[in-house]
Design a protein around this ligand. Structure first.
Ligand code: THU
Length: 125
Protein backbone atom coordinates (compact mmCIF):
# COMPACT_ATOMS: atom_id res chain seq x y z
CA UNK A 1 0.00 0.00 0.00
CA UNK A 2 1.31 3.45 -0.83
CA UNK A 3 1.92 6.20 1.71
CA UNK A 4 -1.23 8.20 0.95
CA UNK A 5 -3.57 5.26 1.36
CA UNK A 6 -1.90 4.21 4.59
CA UNK A 7 -2.32 7.75 5.91
CA UNK A 8 -5.95 7.68 4.77
CA UNK A 9 -6.50 4.49 6.80
CA UNK A 10 -4.99 6.18 9.85
CA UNK A 11 -7.22 9.26 9.43
CA UNK A 12 -10.30 7.01 9.29
CA UNK A 13 -9.23 5.47 12.61
CA UNK A 14 -9.44 8.83 14.36
CA UNK A 15 -13.21 8.27 14.29
CA UNK A 16 -12.78 5.26 16.59
CA UNK A 17 -10.56 7.05 19.09
CA UNK A 18 -11.79 7.01 22.67
CA UNK A 19 -10.36 10.37 23.71
CA UNK A 20 -12.97 11.63 26.17
CA UNK A 21 -10.36 13.24 28.48
CA UNK A 22 -7.95 14.93 26.07
CA UNK A 23 -10.25 15.19 23.05
CA UNK A 24 -7.06 14.54 21.06
CA UNK A 25 -7.94 11.83 18.55
CA UNK A 26 -5.11 9.87 17.01
CA UNK A 27 -5.27 7.19 14.32
CA UNK A 28 -2.61 4.72 13.21
CA UNK A 29 -2.30 2.23 10.36
CA UNK A 30 0.47 -0.35 10.37
CA UNK A 31 1.52 -2.02 7.12
CA UNK A 32 2.78 -5.55 7.74
CA UNK A 33 5.28 -7.27 5.46
CA UNK A 34 2.59 -9.60 4.09
CA UNK A 35 0.63 -6.57 2.85
CA UNK A 36 -2.03 -6.56 5.55
CA UNK A 37 -2.90 -3.34 7.35
CA UNK A 38 -3.65 -3.29 11.06
CA UNK A 39 -5.14 -0.13 12.49
CA UNK A 40 -5.28 1.43 15.93
CA UNK A 41 -6.57 4.48 17.78
CA UNK A 42 -5.89 5.95 21.20
CA UNK A 43 -8.01 4.55 24.01
CA UNK A 44 -8.04 6.70 27.15
CA UNK A 45 -8.85 5.79 30.72
CA UNK A 46 -10.13 7.68 33.76
CA UNK A 47 -6.88 6.54 35.38
CA UNK A 48 -4.89 8.53 32.83
CA UNK A 49 -1.79 6.33 32.98
CA UNK A 50 -3.92 3.47 31.68
CA UNK A 51 -4.29 5.23 28.34
CA UNK A 52 -2.95 3.47 25.29
CA UNK A 53 -1.75 5.45 22.29
CA UNK A 54 -2.86 4.71 18.73
CA UNK A 55 0.57 3.36 17.73
CA UNK A 56 0.78 0.89 20.61
CA UNK A 57 -2.80 -0.16 19.98
CA UNK A 58 -1.92 -0.99 16.35
CA UNK A 59 1.20 -2.89 17.39
CA UNK A 60 -0.49 -4.91 20.13
CA UNK A 61 -3.26 -5.85 17.69
CA UNK A 62 -0.69 -6.88 15.08
CA UNK A 63 1.42 -8.92 17.49
CA UNK A 64 -1.64 -10.66 18.89
CA UNK A 65 -2.72 -11.54 15.35
CA UNK A 66 0.62 -13.26 14.82
CA UNK A 67 2.22 -10.56 12.69
CA UNK A 68 5.91 -10.00 13.43
CA UNK A 69 7.31 -8.11 10.43
CA UNK A 70 6.37 -4.56 9.59
CA UNK A 71 7.18 -2.07 6.85
CA UNK A 72 5.75 1.24 7.92
CA UNK A 73 3.20 2.96 10.11
CA UNK A 74 1.08 6.03 9.44
CA UNK A 75 0.04 8.19 12.39
CA UNK A 76 -2.32 11.14 12.13
CA UNK A 77 -4.23 13.68 14.20
CA UNK A 78 -6.11 16.91 13.49
CA UNK A 79 -3.09 19.01 14.30
CA UNK A 80 -1.21 21.90 12.68
CA UNK A 81 2.02 19.95 12.76
CA UNK A 82 2.54 16.24 12.07
CA UNK A 83 1.94 14.13 15.16
CA UNK A 84 5.08 12.36 16.43
CA UNK A 85 5.02 9.19 18.57
CA UNK A 86 5.64 9.66 22.27
CA UNK A 87 8.70 8.18 23.98
CA UNK A 88 6.77 5.23 25.39
CA UNK A 89 5.52 4.30 21.92
CA UNK A 90 9.01 4.56 20.45
CA UNK A 91 10.34 2.26 23.15
CA UNK A 92 7.43 -0.13 22.58
CA UNK A 93 7.96 -0.16 18.82
CA UNK A 94 11.70 -0.65 19.22
CA UNK A 95 10.96 -4.20 20.34
CA UNK A 96 9.58 -5.02 16.91
CA UNK A 97 11.12 -2.79 14.22
CA UNK A 98 14.46 -2.23 12.56
CA UNK A 99 16.27 1.09 12.28
CA UNK A 100 14.93 1.45 8.72
CA UNK A 101 11.26 1.06 9.66
CA UNK A 102 9.29 3.99 8.20
CA UNK A 103 6.98 6.30 10.14
CA UNK A 104 4.61 8.59 8.23
CA UNK A 105 3.59 11.35 10.61
CA UNK A 106 0.61 13.36 9.35
CA UNK A 107 -1.20 16.52 10.40
CA UNK A 108 -4.85 17.50 9.99
CA UNK A 109 -4.39 18.78 6.44
CA UNK A 110 -2.89 15.64 4.99
CA UNK A 111 0.68 16.92 5.07
CA UNK A 112 3.13 14.38 6.37
CA UNK A 113 6.76 13.87 7.23
CA UNK A 114 8.53 10.60 6.64
CA UNK A 115 11.00 9.44 9.28
CA UNK A 116 13.02 6.32 9.76
CA UNK A 117 12.84 4.76 13.20
CA UNK A 118 16.54 5.53 13.58
CA UNK A 119 15.85 9.26 13.21
CA UNK A 120 13.30 9.25 16.02
CA UNK A 121 15.14 6.87 18.36
CA UNK A 122 18.82 6.82 17.39
CA UNK A 123 19.99 4.89 20.42
CA UNK A 124 18.04 2.05 21.98
CA UNK A 125 17.75 0.45 25.37
N1 THU B 1 -1.44 9.96 21.72
C1 THU B 1 -1.38 8.98 20.76
O1 THU B 1 -2.29 8.16 20.63
N2 THU B 1 -0.29 8.96 19.96
C2 THU B 1 0.68 9.91 19.94
O2 THU B 1 1.61 9.82 19.13
C3 THU B 1 0.62 11.03 20.88
C4 THU B 1 -0.38 10.91 21.95
C5 THU B 1 -2.66 10.06 22.54
C6 THU B 1 -2.55 9.66 23.96
C7 THU B 1 -3.69 10.44 24.59
O3 THU B 1 -4.89 9.70 24.43
C8 THU B 1 -3.81 11.69 23.75
O4 THU B 1 -3.11 11.39 22.54
C9 THU B 1 -3.24 12.92 24.39
O5 THU B 1 -1.94 12.74 24.76
Amino acid sequence: MDDLNLIKASVKMQESAYAVYSNFKVGAALLCSDGSVITGCNVENKSYGGTICAERNAFTKAVSEGQRNYEKIAISASTDKPVIPCGICLQFMSEFVSDDFILLCADGSGNYVKYTFRELLPIRF
